[in-house]
Design a protein around this ligand. Structure first.
Ligand code: F6R
Length: 263
């Protein structure tokens, strides 16, 4: 594998098997990561007539969403032509539950920009028939012509969305039993670890891979080990994010602390 980068903001191309290329943008810290991600997203929003975005929750995109809100207040960049699909939602939490991903998205982004409510798609955590809803979610993505640009974070066990290690690369939107490590990682957002839901609905790995362009955001020392494993590994279902190495248009934006174990 060819792999090189300079100090601070620079790009490296990671040459992968079968001619696929993963672009790595190395940034100094979390602020620079959020800035870089917001520049890419805003450029797309401004230059598209219609745009379908895929969005994550979690700690990593909060800085990005903050910058989008700041931009909206300053420059009124419109989202009237934008449709969004979130990656995942906990099963059992209502949209107004402070730990639901619907609540998170409203709080950090949707309530502060002009995106029409009927253009926001998030799996429902309280549907009576989660399996039907997974199929509907797939159809909704398809009927919007697929996702143009999908942002992702990565879990410390390599999950993307809630696709835990061992998830088939051929998976579509599905119900998932959360990994012990994910429940522990996410318990920081809950009063008690026992309050963390044990199941979620997530876009599958194949669903993620149908996106035309993917940007993986990685920040912090807690992601250094998984970043090393990701960059060193061949695609394997034991490390769900490694499927991204077989996508034709992936960029990883990673800060220095997440790259601290890379020579
Ligand atoms: C959330 C999601 C997850 C997170 C991942 C990283 O919608 O899809 O895969 O991106 O767990 O979370 P943070 O950013 O909190 O480290």
């Amino acid at each position: 594998m060819f792999f090189s980068f300079d100090l601070f903001i620079s790009s490296a191309i990671l040459q992968q098997k079968e001619g696929n290329i993963v672009k790595l943008i190395r940034v100094k810290d979390y602020n620079d990561l959020s800035k870089k991600a917001s520049e890419i997203l805003l450029k797309k929003v401004k230059n598209s007539q219609f745009l379908t975005l895929g969005l994550p929750t979690g700690s990593t995109p909060i800085g990005l969403y903050k910058l989008l809100v700041q931009d909206f207040l300053r420059s009124y960049t419109t989202y009237e032509h934008v449709t969004t699909f979130n990656l995942d939602e906990y099963i059992g939490l209502k949209p107004n539950h402070p730990n639901s991903y619907a609540y998170f998205m409203n709080k950090h982004l949707f309530h502060h920009i002009d995106i029409p409510v009927n253009q926001i798609f998030i799996p429902s955590g309280i549907t009576e028939n989660p399996i039907n809803q997974c199929d509907e979610y797939e159809e909704q993505i398809l009927s919007h012509g697929g996702i143009d640009l999908l942002f992702l974070g990565i879990g410390s066990n390599g999950h993307i969305g809630f696709n835990e290690p061992g998830t088939p690369f051929t998976s579509r939107t599905h119900v998932v039993n959360l990994d012990e490590k994910t429940i522990i990682d996410n318990s920081r957002f809950f009063k008690n670890i026992n309050d963390v839901p044990k199941q979620a609905i997530t876009m599958g790995l194949e669903t993620i891979m149908t996106s035309k362009e993917i940007i993986l955001l990685v920040s912090g020392k807690s992601k250094a080990e998984i970043m090393k494993a990701l960059l060193d590994s061949e695609p394997s279902e034991n490390l769900p994010a490694s499927i991204l190495k077989t996508h034709h248009n992936v960029t990883i934006i990673a800060d220095e602390s997440s790259l601290s174990l890379i020579d």
